[in-house]
Design a protein around this ligand. Structure first.
Ligand SMILES: Nc1nc2c(ncn2[C@@H]2O[C@H](COP(=O)(O)OP(=O)(O)OP(=O)(O)O)[C@@H](O)[C@H]2O)c(=O)[nH]1
Length: 392
């Protein structure tokens, strides 16, 4: 089938921490992807991902932080329009493809709906430009073989991301070393067929970026009846949002479970490395499965010029990665947490007690410091127990 003479747009999705930025970096390192514009969307109030994706000649657009799927169809179209205008005016490099890295919690339906051709009569000039310049050319979803099953069980978005894909990439296969897990991996493509009968499924170790992001017409019909149903629903929701609540952001449908929170900790001065790992390990122990994702860039006392990147995905915490230099002028530690059912306060209290040594409400009553930490950690656990009792 002949492809449109327009710029192909690819969605790169996958649940929190499944490896989207890692794959994107691999793709952008390939010289044939030099003329790629990247749009990064994060679920959170402090953006980190753009610091972790190679810059080079690539035009990287961040969407306003906040989830694209929650902001209606307009944000992605506005970002594409801005990219087009900047390149046409010579203010940004010309590009021949766009990759949109979705938030790990992103619901694909509104984004795919946003790139479906619209009724010309109701369109603004911006919408007409987007439709005449861009088309949806592929939907790549990453599936973390360690945590993917649990994510699909607990989060509807994770299942939808698989269902919308026309390419599924199995990530972290290198972590599955024992023979039992290896046989599980062999069965995975079959298990994923329950959610997606037709997508090509490849191991990340063997995935070829050129073929993952080769333009093709993205077919909704091939994705199955459920996907068509979600898109039909989305079209109704989008029309309703446009017509009835055009000026009222709060009326937009809530996409994520009410317990999903994102918050950040920003710290001005370099930290003691041992204290940082103590904080992260106490947080993991007490928050458990409620800590969906933590990532950040942190400054350390021993080597303030060389920050570390930290990554935690549910119960898996990776070793910090050392950078040779800060990627931007901001040398503050910035950490983002995405949680299910945890408020920021107990996490911030724990951080203050471990890192900054700031007396917390508990710290004033308890000493020595180890008792304070134990109390904060147990406060976080009991808070979560109360929450889960309340919700059951
Ligand atoms: N061993 C292994 N680790 C991986 C692989 N892919 C990603 N990681 C690690 O998983 C962690 C999360 O990777 P990211 O690429 O940041 O994941 P992401 O999907 O972009 O994360 P969010 O944007 O927060 O949803 C990092 O510590 C990566 O180094 C893989 O194939 N194998």
């Amino acid at each position: 089938m002949a492809l449109p003479e327009r710029i192909p747009v690819f969605f790169l999705s996958g649940f929190l921490g499944s490896g989207k930025s890692t794959l994107l970096n691999q793709v952008l390192a390939d010289p044939s992807f030099e003329d790629t514009a990247v749009i990064i969307n994060e679920f959170g109030d402090v953006a980190i991902d753009h610091l972790l994706v190679r810059q080079g000649e690539t035009t990287i657009s961040q969407t306003s932080t906040g989830c694209l799927c929650c902001s209606g169809t307009t944000d992605i179209r506005a970002t594409l329009f801005d990219l087009h205008c900047a390149a046409s005016a010579g203010l940004a490099p010309a590009f021949s493809r766009v990759i949109v890295e979705m938030s790990g919690l992103g619901d694909p339906a509104p984004l795919v709906n946003a790139l479906m051709a619209k009724d010309n009569d109701t369109q603004t000039m911006r919408d007409r430009t987007v439709d005449s310049e861009f088309y949806l050319a592929g939907f790549v979803t990453l599936y973390d073989i360690i945590l993917g099953e649990l994510s699909i069980e607990r989060h509807f978005e994770a299942m939808k991301q698989i269902a919308f894909a026309d390419r599924i990439v199995l990530t972290k296969t290198d972590l599955a070393k024992d023979p039992a897990t290896l046989s599980d991996i062999a069965a995975l493509p079959q298990d994923l067929r329950v959610f997606n009968a037709t997508a090509a499924i490849v191991d990340r170790a063997e995935a070829d970026p050129a073929s993952l992001f080769a333009p093709r017409p993205y077919s909704v019909i091939e994705r199955g009846e459920e996907v068509s149903g979600w898109l039909a629903l989305e079209a109704v929701l989008a029309a309703e949002t446009r017509h009835v609540h055009a000026s009222n952001e709060r009326q937009r449908p809530a996409r994520h479970g009410s317990g999903i929170r994102s918050f950040s900790i920003i710290h001005d001065t370099p930290m003691d490395e041992a204290r940082l790992s103590r904080f992260l390990s106490l947080l993991q122990q007490s928050a458990g499965q409620h800590l969906l994702r933590v990532k950040g860039i942190v400054g350390l006392e021993d080597e303030p010029e060389c920050p570390r990147i930290i990554h935690g995905v549910q119960h898996c915490m990776s070793d910090p990665v050392r950078l040779e230099a800060w990627p931007d002028g901001d040398r503050r530690t910035r950490m983002v947490f995405i949680t299910s059912g945890i408020d920021p306060e107990p996490v911030r209290d724990l951080f203050s007690a471990v890192i900054a040594g700031t007396p917390s409400p508990f710290g004033r009553l308890l000493s020595p410091i180890s008792a304070t930490l134990a109390a904060l950690s147990s406060r976080l656990s009991s808070y979560l127990t109360t929450l889960s009792r309340r919700s059951s």
